[in-house]
Design a protein around this ligand. Structure first.
Ligand SMILES: [Zn+2]
Length: 51
């Protein structure tokens, strides 16, 4: 299983099966909104909150 770090807290997140490049999820540790910027190697980036 692929693992990548949360850009906000460096928690090691196991990629949910089926998560595609560009899809967003929430860090299970710090709750930051992140998206999968690249799938190989897996890199998460923070999602800018637009208000
Ligand atoms: Zn986090």
């Amino acid at each position: 299983m692929a693992i990548s770090e949360c850009p906000a807290c460096t928690y090691h997140i196991a990629l949910p099966p089926g998560l595609k490049e560009g899809e967003a999820m929430v860090c299970p540790d710090c709750g930051a909104r992140i998206k999968l910027a690249k799938i190989y190697p897996p890199v998460f980036e923070l999602v800018e909150e637009v208000e």
